[in-house]
Design a protein around this ligand. Structure first.
Ligand SMILES: *[C@@H]1O[C@H](CO)[C@@H](O)[C@H](O)[C@H]1NC(C)=O
Ligand SMILES: *[C@@H]1O[C@H](CO)[C@@H](O)[C@H](O)[C@H]1NC(C)=O
Length: 208
């Protein structure tokens, strides 16, 4: 009986032991907001997306709408941030995208996206590579001052490259948050689509 209960306990702990980092909240006015208040939860625990042609590459699995999630009011030009539940523990690249939408609650991420921030690896003069996003629990970035006012999805992505020696082995940890941007200008950034922006063989997704 004792052995059985130990075994059951080990099984219960397994998801924790294998838990991956998740972008689960925004940082607004310097304060970390409650998890999943403005960020859409996924329904895949925290298993990474590995297929760049899947629609789950937009906002993660089960996050094609944000019913029950709030939309954060921010101003163009604001410095905001995103926080994780646990520190990033894979080497990789952080990217932040935005997409202008009619309604941030109902938008499915099929609209075009533009990148506003990145934390790529750094190639040092001695040919070694360092990974500034490794170990981080929060990232800060500026809402571009020139984008039009309106509702937006914010797509936060960390591309983990520790296994990315074969196609479909890079792991995408991502979340979408919902924003209502005030102020701003009339900029029209170049847009990419998800899926579409990435190919499994792209440099930086497949690595040598
Ligand atoms: C997650 O949501 C998607 C729809 O976005 C659905 O197809 C899938 O079955 C859901 N998965 C689970 C584990 O509930
Ligand atoms: C967005 O859609 C939701 C759900 O239909 C609705 O409650 C909300 O009022 C809409 N917001 C805007 C800004 O249109």
């Amino acid at each position: 009986m004792k052995i059985f209960s130990c075994f059951a306990a080990a099984l219960t702990l397994l998801p924790l032991a294998t838990a991956h980092y998740r972008f689960n909240s925004l940082i607004l006015n310097g304060k970390t907001t409650p998890e999943w208040q403005y960020v859409r939860p996924s329904n895949n625990t925290n298993y990474p997306i590995e297929d760049v042609t899947s629609i789950n590459i937009r906002c993660n699995a089960g996050a094609a709408s944000g019913i029950g999630v709030q939309t954060a009011a921010v101003s163009a030009g604001d410095l905001i941030g995103t926080a994780l539940d646990i520190p990033i523990f894979h080497k990789g690249t952080l990217n932040i995208y935005m997409s202008k939408v009619e309604n941030a609650t109902t938008a499915d991420g099929s609209s075009g996206w533009f990148k506003i921030h990145q934390v790529p690896p750094v190639f040092d003069s001695d040919n070694s590579i360092s990974w500034p996003s490794l170990g981080a629990t929060r990232f800060y970035f500026t809402i571009p001052p020139s984008i039009p006012a309106g509702q937006y999805l914010l797509r936060i992505e960390h591309i983990a490259l520790h296994l990315a020696l074969t196609p479909k082995a890079a792991q995408f940890f991502l979340s979408c948050a919902q924003l209502a941007v005030s102020g701003g200008g009339s900029a029209t950034p170049d847009l990419v689509q998800f899926p579409g922006a990435y190919k499994a063989e792209d440099a930086g997704i497949l690595i040598s």
